[in-house]
Write a protein that binds this ligand. Structure first.
Ligand code: AMP
Ligand code: MG
Length: 325
């Protein structure tokens, strides 16, 4: 199998990061700092980025990582106690790690896109994480502008969507051309996943962000209605939405830009892992104009606007509905 070594390193790193994030959430409850762009960041975002960058640096030292976080904020003298807290959580993985090493691992996520690089969101959906809802640890490998491997750990997602109160913690993974798989975070055995088939007999279901700023809920509802989707949308934080479509909990993930967001473009780490998981599960992912997502233009999807991710067979109808509304 292709990328077997990368996949195994990434699975182990994501499982360790997921344990760290759940431990922080258990111990500390919500206590986010605010970054320069006003978005929240927690001890767990930094800890997860440190753990994953450490693992990649050890095995693939020449691979850049383009990650969401860096340690600039944490390295300020006034933040020494925060950095010490992050370091104590990184001790779950490496009991000898020093604050300097932890900051250096986090800053390894400042890499530049190149012919082969990883992109990492150590906590995608930090607002959901702080609220006690869904979040994802998302990691993808990009070669020649194509996502070739994607993984998402979703520690709070029910393992069996039919049993929402049952065991939680799912890892989704996909390598190009090899299908998509899921496994329980507590388990070793991946099983193949597929999007819903056209004849599934189930009503079509929309999934969208919880945060109203992150998608145009009104326009999305109008499109769902025009497609005959009668069910209420599922609202969920993070790239776990891509996993939900990939395993058939939903049929369509819409992320249409809020007019108030201006010309904001999406970050590659918010979509790379999720997109390959849906595509390899038999679905389709484009922007709102039907263009494929273009991961060859740096750290933003600068060539794309909005996200349409579906079970595939409804995709063209969705794009037509978007053109009309
Ligand atoms: P979600 O959990 O799907 O709502 O998305 C979380 C991601 O939304 C974060 O990783 C941010 O990068 C991104 N984000 C922040 N502001 C906006 C915005 N105005 N529109 C769309 N996405 C945003
Ligand atoms: Mg994110």
């Amino acid at each position: 199998m292709a990328y077997e070594h990368e996949k195994n390193v990434a699975i182990a790193a994501l499982k360790a990061a997921a344990r760290l994030c759940e431990q922080v959430r258990h111990d500390r409850g919500p206590d986010a700092m605010t970054k320069a762009d006003h978005s929240p960041v927690t001890v767990a975002d930094f800890g997860a980025q440190a753990v994953i960058c450490r693992a990649i640096a050890a095995i693939f030292p020449n691979d850049p990582v383009v990650g969401e976080e860096d340690a600039t904020l944490l390295q300020k003298p006034a933040m020494a106690e925060r950095l010490a807290q992050v370091t104590r959580y990184v001790h779950m993985v490496d009991p000898t790690a020093t604050p300097e090493q932890v900051a250096a691992w986090i800053n390894r996520g400042n890499g530049q896109p190149s012919d082969r690089f990883w992109t990492l969101d150590p906590i995608d959906g930090t607002k959901g994480y702080v609220r006690g809802d869904q979040y994802a640890i998302a990691l993808a490998l990009i070669e020649g502008g194509q996502v070739v491997l994607g993984l998402m750990a979703c520690p709070a997602l029910p393992v069996d969507p039919q049993q929402p109160e049952g065991d939680r913690g799912v890892l989704f993974l996909a390598a190009r051309g090899e299908g998509a798989h899921a496994l329980a975070l507590a388990n070793e055995h991946p099983h193949p996943i597929r999007v819903n088939a056209p004849d599934s007999g189930q009503p079509l279901r929309l999934i969208e962000s919880v945060e109203v700023d992150h998608g145009d809920h009104g326009r999305q509802a109008a499109i769902a209605q025009s497609l005959g989707m009668a069910e209420e949308p599922i609202r969920m934080d993070s790239q776990a939405k891509y996993g939900a479509v990939a395993r058939g909990d939903a049929d369509l993930y819409l992320r249409l830009p809020q007019p108030a967001s201006g010309d904001r473009r999406e970050n590659i780490w918010d979509h790379a892992a999720g997109a390959i998981v849906i595509e390899e599960a038999g679905g389709r992912v484009t922007d709102l104009f039907g263009q494929p997502l273009d991961f060859s233009h740096g750290s933003k999807l600068s060539q794309n606007q909005g996200i349409v991710a579906s079970n595939g067979h409804i995709h063209d109808r969705v794009l037509a509905a978007i053109r009309d509304r």
